[in-house]
Design a protein. Structure first.
Length: 369
C-alpha cells in the first residue's frame, strides 16, 4: 500500500485547522504543516497533530509557500489541503480505498474540489484538481495567485471530493496582488486576465471586469474553458449594468468555446427571456439545462445548481405565468427535492395547492350542472 504525506500552509487558522486535520489524520502517514506567520493558536494546534511543523517567512507568493511545504514530504505521494478543507465521511472512505489500490505507476490523482456548498448541503461550485501527486516527480506550483500545480504523466480521475468550508473570504487580497502586478508592468497571460476579471467582478467592478474578460478572450492562447467562463462572467457583468443585449451576446459567444450548450448558459438564457416576459422561450432553455448532464471528468468550473434546483424553480414560475399549474407544481416539487426548506419552494407549494384546489372545485361544479 502506498504512503501519503499531507502538506499544508497555514496562517491564523485556529478556528478551522483541527476540524480539517481530524478528517484526514487517520488516512495519511505523515503531516507537514508550514506556518507563514500566525499570531494566534495555529502553531499550538498543529503540534497536537504532528511534530513536523515548520516556519516560512511569507513573501506574498502562494506558489512559493506551497513549494516550500512540499520539500518536507518523505512519503510516496503528497496530498495537499488548505486549513479550511475537509473530507466528508463518504470521501474519507473513498480515499482509504484509493490508498489501498493505488499503483505507483500513477503520477497524479485528480479529485473533485467542492469549493462551495449551500445551506441545504448542495454543491454550488465544483471542479477537479490534481490533488494527490507522486513525491519523486518534484512537481512545482506556479503563479502568484490562483496558482496551479504543473503536473504531467499518468493522471487518473477519482471520485473522491475535498470540501471547502471557509468561514470568511478575503476577496480584496487577491485583487491587490493583481494590481501590484500591473503596477510592476508584469505581462499578463490569458489566465491572468481571466482570474483578474473574476477578482474585479467579485469586488464590485463590473466594467473593469468586462475589459479583463475581453482581453482573455482576445488572446490566441489560453485554456478554452477559461474563455468559456469569461463569456459567462462577462454576461453577468452586463446584466448587472443593465446591458441586456450585450448580456445575450456574451452568452451566445460562449458557444464558440464550449461547442455545445451547457446548463450554466441555458439557465442564464432562460432567465434573460423570463425577465422579458417571453415565458415559452424561457421554458425551452430551462428544460435544456435540466436535460444536459454534467461531465464528471470535466476539469473546469461546474455549477450544479444550473442543472438541478434552479431551472426547476424558474420553470415553476414560468409555467405559473403560462397558466399551467400542474407543471408549475411538478417543477416546484423537483426543486424541493434539493432545497426542501427553501422559503420560495414552501411559498410556491402553498400557492399552487390553493390554485389547483380551486381548479378542481370548478371542474366538480361544472359536472354538477
Amino acid at each position: 500500500m502506498v504512503t501519503i504525506s499531507l502538506c499544508m500552509i497555514v496562517k491564523n487558522e485556529e478556528e478551522v485547522l483541527a476540524r480539517g486535520l481530524d478528517t484526514v489524520k487517520d488516512i495519511v502517514d505523515e503531516i507537514n504543516i508550514v506556518d507563514t506567520g500566525s499570531t494566534d493558536r495555529t502553531v499550538e494546534i498543529a503540534k497536537q497533530y504532528t511534530d513536523r511543523v515548520f516556519f516560512y517567512e511569507w513573501t506574498g507568493n502562494f506558489a512559493a509557500a506551497r513549494n516550500e511545504s512540499f520539500k518536507y514530504a518523505t512519503k510516496d505521494y503528497i496530498l495537499y489541503l488548505d486549513a479550511d478543507d475537509v473530507l466528508l465521511k463518504e470521501d474519507q472512505k473513498k480515499l482509504k480505498e484509493l490508498k489501498k489500490t493505488l499503483n505507483l505507476s500513477v503520477d497524479s490523482v485528480s479529485m473533485f474540489y467542492n469549493a462551495g456548498m449551500d445551506q441545504y448541503g448542495n454543491v454550488t461550485l465544483r471542479y477537479r484538481r490534481n490533488r494527490l501527486v507522486k513525491r519523486e516527480n518534484n512537481f512545482k506550483w506556479e503563479g502568484d495567485v490562483h496558482n496551479y500545480l504543473n503536473v504531467y504523466g499518468k493522471i487518473i480521475n477519482s471520485d473522491v471530493a475535498i470540501t471547502h468550508k471557509k468561514l470568511k473570504h478575503s476577496v480584496s487580497r487577491n485583487l491587490s496582488i493583481y494590481k501590484e502586478k500591473l503596477e510592476r508592468g508584469d505581462v499578463f497571460s490569458a489566465r491572468d486576465y481571466f482570474y483578474y476579471g473574476n477578482e474585479l467582478r467579485e469586488n464590485g467592478f463590473p466594467k473593469e471586469a468586462i475589459e479583463a474578460y475581453e482581453k482573455n478572450i482576445a488572446k490566441k492562447d489560453g485554456w478554452s474553458e477559461d474563455k468559456f467562463y469569461a463569456c459567462l462572467n462577462k454576461a453577468d457583468c452586463h446584466r448587472h449594468l443593465g446591458e441586456l443585449d450585450k448580456e445575450l451576446e456574451s452568452l451566445f459567444q460562449s458557444f464558440a468555446f464550449s461547442k455545445t450548450p451547457r446548463p450554466e448558459v441555458c439557465s442564464r438564457i432562460g432567465y434573460h427571456n423570463q425577465q422579458k416576459g417571453e415565458y415559452e422561450h424561457a421554458v425551452y432553455w430551462y428544460e435544456q439545462a435540466i436535460e444536459l448532464k454534467p461531465d464528471l471528468n470535466q476539469w473546469s468550473f461546474s455549477y450544479p445548481a444550473y442543472s438541478t434546483w434552479y431551472p426547476h424553480l424558474q420553470l415553476c414560475v414560468c409555467y405559473d405565468k403560462l397558466g399551467n399549474y400542474n407543471k408549475s407544481y411538478y417543477h416546484n416539487e423537483k426543486a424541493g427535492e434539493y432545497r426542501p426548506e427553501d422559503p420560495s419552494v414552501l411559498h410556491n407549494k402553498a400557492y399552487l395547492e390553493s390554485k389547483l384546489g380551486s381548479k378542481k372545485k370548478k371542474v366538480k361544479s361544472k359536472k354538477r350542472k
